[in-house]
Every structure is written in structure tokens, then in C-alpha cells.
Design a protein around this ligand. Structure first.
Ligand SMILES: [Zn+2]
Length: 257
């Protein structure tokens, strides 16, 4: 067995979701730590939070791979007194490296949050344009309220439906996270309904005014399904490369309760 280093993990992620495909505003790749740090345990999480760092410390990981980056808006100082500065300081003190795979991963047909939801809902005839995934329901058509119930079971979280319960849905668009303006793209790709994480009022009105259904599945709810999927794929890939490592999917949920 070989000793894994941070750069080996970066290389694998770059193969399945090339960092250069991230949006220009994004902040991806190795954000904290060292390319050459040795790694025996990895935690995969949606975000760095104080609770995720507790989990990382309890498990003794040397690397955290997250979906959402830190230092997203041109950080000029790292202070222990700030929420984010404290998180970064804690990782540095604990010799924990951190990689973010964000909008590059969102476009992955295999490992994005949207791809995980597409699989879980067993959508057929799936087509993808950038961040948008559209597919046909296996038992189409079904009522909008039935589909809402199905999404809730997968996410194990609340899902808010904009539009009438008895609207019939055959084709669903999915793009996890914050992309409610994508409903028009979903419709142009043949969907009658669209699931995303966060829905603003003006987009809800514009959608339901034309008989289109929007589902707000929560930002965490729509993207968290990527965590176990991605962690398993990373473990399998590193096993195949003969690295000795354990990859843990984070089990922490951020909103309490
Ligand atoms: Zn997100």
C-alpha cells in the first residue's frame, strides 16, 4: 500500500470534475494546508462548520473535502474573531488540509448533488446542459403533491411546493443549491416542474403564473446527497490506486433540531 498525499486527492478530483471548469467567481482546489501533507483519513462534507470540524477532530482526519469553499469573497485577513477566520485557524492549528470542489463538481454527471437526486428519483432519459439535469419520471405522469412527497423522502427534509397539487408532472428538472432562475432552462428542456434549493418570490410567481411547478428543497437538502455518493467514489478510486485511506461521509446536519 502507498502513502496518500493531499495532491493525490486533488488529482483524482481534477479527473472527475476538472477545477478549470469552475465558474470564474468561484474558489476551488486546495484552500488550506499543503499539497504534500500525508493523509490517512478524509472527511467529505458539504460545508466547513464548527460541528464538521468537531467531527473531523473526533475522527482524526488530515483532509476535509467540501463542496462549498471558504474565502469566497476576496478575504484579506484571517482573524480568530471572525466566524470564517476561526474555522480556518482551527484547521491550520490542527494540521488539517481542505479542498473545495464546488461549481466544477456541480457539472459532474456522476457526482454532483443534482446527479445524486436524479439517481435517487430514478429519472429516465436524462439530459444535462451545464448545471441543469432533466429527466422523465419512471411512472409518469404523477401529481405534483405526489412528487413532492417522493422528494421529501429522499432528502429527509422539508420540501416546499409552489403551484397546484393536481398538476401532472412527467418530466422534472433538477439543479441543486441556489439556482431558482434556472426554471426557464428546465422548462425549455421539456420539464413541467423544477427542483432547486432556494426559490425567490419573483421566480415563484413567474413560474406558477404559467402553470409550472417549483420545488424548494433547501440548499443543504438538495446538495447533501452528493456527500455519501462522492465519499464512496473517492474511497473506491483510492483503493484501486492502492492507497491506504478511510473516507468518511460527514453525518452532521447544519441547522440543529
Ligand atoms: Zn451549494
Amino acid at each position: 500500500m502507498k502513502q496518500l498525499m493531499v495532491k493525490n486527492v486533488l488529482d483524482w478530483i481534477n479527473e472527475i470534475a476538472p477545477f478549470e471548469t469552475a465558474e470564474s467567481y468561484d474558489n476551488v482546489g486546495l484552500l488550506v494546508g499543503s499539497m504534500n501533507a500525508e493523509v490517512n483519513k478524509i472527511l467529505v462534507a458539504l460545508d466547513i462548520t464548527p460541528d464538521v470540524l468537531n467531527e473531523a477532530e473526533e475522527k482524526g482526519v488530515q483532509l476535509i473535502v467540501t463542496h462549498h469553499p471558504l474565502m469566497f469573497r476576496g478575504t484579506k485577513r484571517i482573524l480568530e474573531d471572525d466566524y470564517e477566520g476561526a474555522l480556518i485557524s482551527r484547521m491550520i492549528r490542527g494540521h488539517i488540509s481542505m479542498i473545495a470542489a464546488h461549481t466544477n463538481l456541480d457539472q459532474s454527471p456522476e457526482y454532483s448533488g443534482s446527479a445524486a437526486l436524479v439517481k435517487a428519483l430514478n429519472l429516465q432519459n436524462v439530459r444535462q446542459e451545464g448545471f441543469m439535469f432533466v429527466g422523465d419520471l419512471p411512472d409518469a405522469p404523477i401529481r405534483a403533491d405526489q412528487l413532492r412527497g417522493r422528494i421529501m423522502q429522499i432528502e429527509k427534509d422539508a420540501v416546499y411546493q409552489f403551484g397546484c397539487d393536481d398538476t401532472l408532472i412527467s418530466t422534472l428538472g433538477i439543479s441543486g443549491g441556489a439556482y431558482d432562475e434556472g426554471f426557464e432552462q428546465a422548462r425549455s428542456m421539456g420539464a413541467q416542474a423544477y427542483l432547486t434549493g432556494e426559490v425567490r418570490h419573483h421566480n415563484a410567481l413567474a413560474a406558477i403564473g404559467t402553470g409550472f411547478i417549483l420545488y424548494q428543497g433547501g440548499h443543504f437538502g438538495t446538495e447533501a446527497p452528493l456527500v455519501p455518493l462522492f465519499a464512496k467514489a473517492l474511497q473506491n478510486a483510492l483503493n484501486a490506486l492502492k492507497y491506504e485511506v478511510v473516507v468518511y461521509p460527514s453525518t452532521r446536519r447544519p441547522y440543529g433540531g
